[in-house]
Design a binder for this molecule. Structure first.
Ligand code: XMP
Length: 319
């Protein structure tokens, strides 16, 4: 029978054997479960010969880059945080088309990752947190660097880092098995229980073009919503949640003043694999408090709506 402890023991031994004691390995961390578990396994096998790269694309949740980088360092990982926010946001300026936004983000990610990979001497391997469902589905919906790399890897010439040999220690595992392996490696439950978050991040939750101001507004709204779910003990009952910044203004009133400001939509879904999803019946009291907090604390937003659409036909993300 399969047990996480036996998997760890066997995989660490295999990784040591395969990689040897001289080669260096590069791995892109996303903050998500799969890349984190892959990194900790490899770190157990080869220590500081594993070079992790964590890229800030400027489209992460509020404080996510700093917080997660600290956590990774606390786990003893050899990790370099690369703040490439300006590069991504400049490349996205003026673009409103959802698929073009995804392509730009994928391209810039590869450029940044390739630049960083060149700085690691003796790098011979690229490690990825690919899991079994990614292998069987050609289109990955798991998010993170591995998904970005895969969906772009036959466009034009290969970047240099892609000429590395590939190592994918989680390739035969399902998500729940990855979580169990993570627990057996003592990875913090909060990291293992994290909701999925798309690789293009907030870019596909800001409908229309992306500006720094819109990112900042959405980060505040998202933070109030997600922290609220945690405070109310609802976070683990939800498969994925987030806020969308809509490209409309609506009329409101504040004191004696008429306002004409932005509208956000909150979305929380139950799902097992993201292929189908139902909206979650969050308590009215929670929605009421969250809506008040958002409107009172986030300048520029005067209206909050809750998305009550299921997938299909509505997708989880709005773009
Ligand atoms: P949809 O919106 O298609 O989302 O119902 C299903 C799941 O996939 C995630 N998602 C993405 N993940 N790159 C990613 O890495 C993407 O471009 C992307 N689009 C959607 C979404 O967050 C949900 O978990």
């Amino acid at each position: 029978t399969w047990t996480p402890d036996a998997f760890v023991e066997k995989t660490v031994a295999e990784l040591k054997e395969k990689i040897g004691s001289d080669d260096k390995v590069i791995l892109g961390l996303s903050g998500g479960v799969d890349s984190t578990v892959a990194a900790v396994l490899l770190h157990k096998a080869i220590g500081t010969h594993l070079h992790c790269i964590f890229v800030n694309n400027g489209l992460l949740r509020k404080n996510e880059f700093e917080d997660v980088l600290e956590q990774y360092k606390g786990m003893g990982l050899n990790v370099k945080g690369v703040d490439a926010s300006a590069r991504f946001l400049d490349a996205l300026a003026g673009e409103s088309d959802p698929e073009k936004k995804r392509k730009i983000i994928g391209r810039v990610f590869i450029e940044v990752f390739d630049d960083e990979a060149h700085l690691v001497e003796d790098a011979k391997w690229l490690a990825q947190g690919t899991i079994y469902p990614d292998v069987i589905e050609s289109v990955s919906a798991t998010g993170g660097p591995s998904a970005t790399i895969k969906s772009h890897h036959n466009v034009g010439g290969l970047p240099d880092f892609m000429k590395l040999k590939v190592v994918e220690p989680l390739k035969m595992l399902f998500k729940d098995e990855v979580r169990r392996v993570g627990a057996s490696l003592d990875i913090h439950p909060e990291r293992l229980g994290r909701h999925p978050f798309p690789g293009p991040g907030l870019a596909i939750r800001i409908l229309g073009d992306i500006t720094r101001e819109k990112v900042a507004i959405l980060q505040e709204v998202d933070h109030i919503f997600i922290q609220g779910l945690r405070d109310w003990g609802l976070y683990d009952q939800v498969w994925q949640a987030g806020a969308m910044l809509l490209p409309v203004h609506s009329v409101g009133v504040m004191g004696d003043e008429r306002t004409y400001e932005k509208c956000v939509a909150l979305r929380a879904v139950e799902s097992t694999d993201g292929m189908t999803a139902d909206w979650v019946n969050l308590p009215y009291e929670f929605l009421q408090k969250t809506s008040n907090d958002i409107i009172n604390k986030v300048p520029g937003v005067n209206r909050v709506v809750y998305d009550i659409s299921s997938k299909p036909p509505a997708t989880i993300e709005w773009e």
